[in-house]
Design a protein around this ligand. Structure first.
Ligand SMILES: CC(C)(COP(=O)(O)OP(=O)(O)OC[C@H]1O[C@@H](n2cnc3c(N)ncnc32)[C@H](O)[C@@H]1OP(=O)(O)O)[C@@H](O)C(=O)NCCC(=O)NCCS
Length: 217
């Protein structure tokens, strides 16, 4: 007969996820598909309770207090700057930051995926690509050969980066956007949903449309 496990026992396969919103739940689902046995969410804004199938057991401070219980920690906050800052803060505190690559994603063995990044179902990271820390390569997105993504980048669902595209830290490629080969996108840029990017994009600029042009406010 199996005895009950002590409450604070360390599990090799217990993952803590900071962020219990939609992105956090997709990350939790990805973790389950990868075989993580226990997934617990933490979120300062959500208090405690349930987020879909997963328990929320407090906020960042609670996660830190219980860090020794977890063999993996992931920050799954949608905002790029917040995600990257939280990731760096927890990594600096020596928490075991983790990368998730869904079993139905395709990542070349000749690509590099940074700590704290996620590559969700149906996504592809091709040969020679470099993906930074705390990056999201979202559902069915593609990052083709020799692309270089800085830290905290988000490539939204169904977006496609052709070969050799460079994307600076914290930039967001919107859902279904397409970026032509060899293009450079600066830091903190925003590529609107469905945009077709055929020219370089400077730091902090938002572009939309086909061909993509800066969004006039
Ligand atoms: C580009 C974006 C950031 C602009 O958001 P915003 O600053 O709130 O802009 P608004 O919605 O107020 O729109 C401003 C103008 O830009 C136009 N616009 C907004 N997004 C556009 C897009 N993706 N393509 C073309 N035009 C767009 C609007 O029609 C509006 O035009 P108008 O002034 O002539 O009426 C946003 O629309 C977008 O595309 N976000 C991506 C969302 C996404 O990828 N989500 C995935 C989550 S995983």
């Amino acid at each position: 007969m199996q005895g009950q496990e002590p409450e604070n026992e360390f599990h090799q396969d217990s993952l803590a996820i900071l962020g219990a919103g939609g992105h956090g739940r997709v990350a939790a689902d990805c973790a389950e598909a990868l075989g993580w046995r226990t997934v617990i969410l933490f979120d300062d804004a959500a208090g405690s309770g349930l987020s879909g199938a997963w328990p929320i057991e407090g906020g960042e401070a609670d996660l830190r207090d219980r860090a020794a219980q977890f063999s993996g920690v992931l920050v799954a906050v949608g905002n790029n700057e917040a995600r990257l800052n939280l990731h760096r803060r927890l990594a600096a505190a020596s928490l075991p930051m983790t990368t998730l690559i869904h079993p139905n994603a395709s990542v070349s063995r000749h690509a590099v995926v940074g700590i704290g990044a996620v590559v969700f179902a149906g996504a592809c990271v091709n040969v020679g690509a470099q993906v930074g820390e705390a990056v999201i390569v979202n559902t069915a997105a593609s990052v083709d050969h020799d692309c270089v993504l800085g830290d905290g980048v988000h490539v939204s669902p169904g977006a496609h980066l052709a070969g050799g595209v460079r994307v600076g830290d914290r930039s967001w490629i919107g859902i279904g956007a397409v970026v032509r080969q060899g293009i450079s996108i600066g830091r903190d840029a925003m590529i609107g949903a469905g945009a077709v990017v055929v020219a370089d994009v400077a730091d902090g600029v938002t572009v939309v449309g086909n061909p993509a042009r800066p969004l006039e406010r």
